[in-house]
Design a protein around this ligand. Structure first.
Ligand code: SAH
Length: 229
């Protein structure tokens, strides 16, 4: 079984509509939809925005359905200046840009207990996501670090800091929390994002205008991944 998590309804509705033999199960704070996606067993959930919502949902999904891999998909702000609306970023790793225990001598972004800055994305899933993203015409597909934090990033100085500090390609609010829970449980994970805004002064308006398009792109990539086309 594959697990797929998005933060917002718009990021999951196209895939959920394709789920055959769908069953909805309310567990804890989330509704999990299970069924068949292109003949493959899948469990889908909308976790809500932010790291805590994402981590709670991921752990519940893992403990209940034991998926062989989890994908976090959705929209993001572009941190790499070469990215445009609708482009795809396949995560090589995810970081928590708002995690900061540097006064204790830790590196920026270091997550204690697990002891890492970068949460890895599964190399096999990455390769397959990149190939599947090739099915969307006229967009750029980039592999890079996804930077996660509990803030909607729209200040160019903050975006530049995140890009330079973590070599980040995109900023969002869940990917590293999903990857964190997956790493703690030994579940392979992939993070796939499509660009809804430039993480800049226009982001509030761009996010409202382009989230639907970007969310469609991310779900289209997953469709191609699962359908094998
Ligand atoms: N109350 C709003 C909150 C949206 S927050 C709602 O529920 O619709 C923005 C969402 O899109 C997050 O899930 C995040 O992962 C992603 N995102 C898109 N652009 C972003 C940006 N510039 N900074 C941070 N997150 C961004």
């Amino acid at each position: 079984m594959i697990g797929i998590i998005g933060a917002m309804e718009v990021e999951m509705e196209a895939l959920r509509a394709l789920l055959e033999e769908r069953q909805d199960t309310e567990l804890g704070t989330n509704v999990f939809s299970t069924g068949l996606l292109f003949g493959r067993e899948a469990v889908l959930a909308v976790c809500g925005c932010g790291k805590v919502n994402a981590a709670l949902c991921t752990q519940q999904m893992i403990l209940t359905w034991h998926p062989e891999a989890i994908l976090n998909i959705g929209v993001a702000g572009g941190a790499d200046p070469g990215l445009h609306i609708g482009d795809i970023v396949v995560g090589t790793a995810a970081v928590q840009h708002d995690m900061d225990t540097t006064p204790m001598g830790d590196p920026i972004g270091y997550v204690s207990k697990i002891g890492v800055v970068e949460f890895p994305c599964d190399p096999d899933l990455r390769a397959r996501l990149k190939e599947a993203a090739g099915a969307i015409p006229d967009i750029r597909v980039l592999e890079g670090v996804i930077a996660t934090g509990d803030q909607f990033v729209n200040q160019p100085a903050r975006t530049a800091w995140i890009r330079e500090t973590f070599h980040a390609a995109a900023v969002e609010m869940e990917g590293a929390a999903v990857a964190h829970a997956c790493l703690l449980h030994g579940v392979p994970c992939g993070v796939l994002r499509s660009i809804s805004d430039g993480a800049n002064d226009d982001s509030g308006m761009d996010f409202a205008a382009f989230t639907h398009l970007a969310a469609e792109h991310a779900q289209t990539v997953v469709r191609h991944l699962l359908a094998g086309t």
